[in-house]
Design a protein around this ligand. Structure first.
Ligand code: FE2
Ligand code: FE2
Length: 172
């Protein structure tokens, strides 16, 4: 079993959200592709994944608040669960936990939980954002990491995480 490609059923219709999901799934596949004899590379890959998930959730949460989305509490609770899982995986790897079961948790998270999350809550969020744009004649996009850092909603170490060439030398 592999982490799925994001097929049409998992497209939200928004390039910003879909682009970030694609990058996140790629980051998860990279975790699975690391040679298990290289825990240093594995930790690096998981750390990037964890940081990217953190940024993506903050970005979605920002537009939910900015547009007064009525389902935001439910959506944010799901984010909190996924964030907790990926943070636990990272912490366990850094603490020297057995690699196999931790990699399996990454796989389940992206094969199952995250696919469900996109279908059940991210696609409806995109529908809401479209309706909001039409009603207000104002388009709203996901903020960049720099914008979130500048307003204190994201720690400086995440600045630029969504950009190609992000150095990725995040603290563990
Ligand atoms: Fe979400
Ligand atoms: Fe999302």
């Amino acid at each position: 079993m592999a982490i799925p490609e994001l097929g049409v059923a998992l497209h939200s219709g928004r390039d910003d959200i879909d682009g970030q999901h694609r990058l996140m799934f790629e980051a998860a596949r990279k975790v699975l592709a690391v040679d298990s004899a290289r825990p240093d590379l594995l930790i690096k890959a998981v750390r990037f994944l964890q940081a990217y998930v953190h940024y993506h959730f903050r970005a979605e949460e920002h537009v939910m608040v900015a547009t007064d989305y009525d389902r935001r509490e439910h959506h944010m609770r799901q984010h909190a669960l996924i964030r907790k899982e990926v943070e636990e995986i990272r912490a366990a790897l850094v603490a020297g936990g057995a690699v196999g079961p931790l990699i399996a948790r990454v796989q389940v998270l992206f094969q199952d939980w995250y696919v469900f999350h996109i279908r059940e809550v991210d696609v409806p969020l995109a529908v809401h954002l479209r309706a909001h744009s039409e009603a207000t004649a104002q388009a709203i996009g996901l903020p960049t990491s720099s914008e979130l850092v500048a307003t204190g909603r994201l720690a400086p170490e995440y600045d630029g995480i969504e950009l190609p060439g992000y150095p990725g030398d995040l603290p563990r």
